[in-house]
Write a protein that binds this ligand. Structure first.
Ligand SMILES: Nc1ncnc2c1ncn2[C@@H]1O[C@H](COP(=O)(O)OP(=O)(O)O)[C@@H](O)[C@H]1O
Ligand SMILES: [Mg+2]
Length: 373
């Protein structure tokens, strides 16, 4: 799918929204018609249900353009005065204020996490690629996956890789969106984000650090925050996977801090434990880290690090390998020898303590989750 067509479609949609706000229906008409054109271009480049979805999207945009044209004609024939509010239940958005991202990471960059990757294939990639087969089994795309596990194990990383891989619109919700500075701002942001996601035939919404977005101790929460949380819950409830499938991914390092009532609502139909990398995952992360180094890298050093780094997270390994490179650079070493690997590993303590693993296991038990990884 072409990024170009997608970006253009979005730009025209945003410009149209702006024009509608300003009461300039003629400009809005032009942009909406262009957006429709790009939707059809996208359809041509896609297959299966994504193609169908873009055709529907193009048709919807065409009929909106038609309405705007009528509005323009009507407003030209009478003098417009005062209120330019559209009365639309979804607040219009302005360019640059949405949390849309296009990450450059790919699933192939993610080491290990086979279970998560498999689920993503089943829930997103395969149904979009071969909708006919999915229909035979009554499988629809979308759904909710919660990733939990020790910090630095790649939960945020894989969520971004999914979006990067599929070239799908990827929306991020963090606590910053919920605890907005201005009263009312956060509510608008949340509504706007979902309104935009609904305009796409398929999108990924990622809620990072779930425990800060849906915290347990709700008594201490400010009234305005409570309101935003309830709007977010409403929007999550309103996801209609038969019309605009949305893959919802949530991630947390401290699942025991999440509001249990929220977990019970079934918004995430699958919880996957993301654990520390095993030997082969560690090897992949380590080898990757030295891919761009132009000096010789001692294979014995890599092997040493792979076999002695049990208990270290992906983020730790990234930290260690960065130190090795920095240290070689500082010394202007002719090659990255094994002694550098030994030295840097010795100085680095794993960030995941046994205490964290225990807390996670206790939480699983308390909510009755049987670990799948
Ligand atoms: N399984 C993994 N494969 C590849 N890189 C990883 C993996 N786990 C962690 N990393 C590296 O560590 C960094 C931090 O991981 P992150 O996704 O933020 O962890 P988490 O969200 O689980 O706390 C990532 O950006 C990535 O560079
Ligand atoms: Mg994270």
């Amino acid at each position: 799918m072409s990024n170009f067509n997608y970006t253009r479609k979005l730009e025209h949609e945003k410009a149209a929204e702006k024009a509608i706000l300003a009461g300039d229906y003629q400009t809005a008409f032009i942009h909406t018609a262009k957006a429709a054109q790009f939707a059809f271009n996208l359809a041509e480049q896609c297959q299966g249900s994504l193609r169908e979805a873009y055709i529907v999207n193009g048709n919807v945009l065409t009929s909106i353009a038609e309405e705007l044209k009528q509005k323009d004609l009507a407003s030209a024939s009478r003098s417009v005065s005062g209120n330019s509010q559209t009365g639309d239940e979804n607040p219009p958005f302005d360019a640059g204020s949405t949390r849309l991202e296009r990450p450059g990471v790919r699933l192939a960059d993610v080491a290990g996490m086979e279970k998560v990757k498999e689920e993503i294939m089943v829930r997103v990639i395969n149904p979009l690629r071969d909708p006919e087969k999915a229909r035979e089994y009554d499988i629809s795309a979308g759904g909710g996956i919660m990733l939990y596990g020790p910090p630095g194990t790649g939960k945020t990383f894989i969520a971004r890789a999914v979006a990067g891989e599929l070239n799908l619109p990827f929306y991020v919700i963090t606590a910053a969106d919920i605890f907005g500075k201005y009263v009312g701002e956060s509510e608008t942001n949340v509504r706007r984000l979902f309104a935009e996601a609904r305009r796409n035939p398929f999108s990924v919404i990622f809620i990072d650090e779930l425990e800060t977005v849906f915290p347990k101790r709700t008594e201490n929460i400010h009234e305005s925050t409570r309101k935003v949380i309830s709007i977010l819950l409403q929007e999550l409830d309103g996801i209609d996977n038969t019309r605009n499938p949305i893959l919802l991914i949530g991630a947390t390092n401290t699942p025991w801090q999440i509001d249990e009532a929220f977990l019970r609502t079934g918004r995430f139909d699958l919880s996957v434990y993301v654990g520390l990398p095993d030997g082969s995952a560690r090897e992949k992360i380590i080898v990757n880290a030295f891919k761009k180094v132009q000096k010789p890298v001692d294979r014995a050093g890599i092997d040493y690090l792979v076999s002695h780094s049990g208990g270290y997270s992906g983020a730790d390994l990234k930290g260690i390998t960065t130190r090795i490179k920095q240290s070689a650079y500082r010394k202007q070493a002719g090659a990255l020898g094994k002694e550098l690997f030994e030295e840097c590993l010795k100085e680095y303590t794993p960030s995941c303590s046994p205490d964290i693993s225990e807390k996670i296991a206790a939480w699983e038990k308390s909510v009755g989750i049987v670990r799948t990884e």
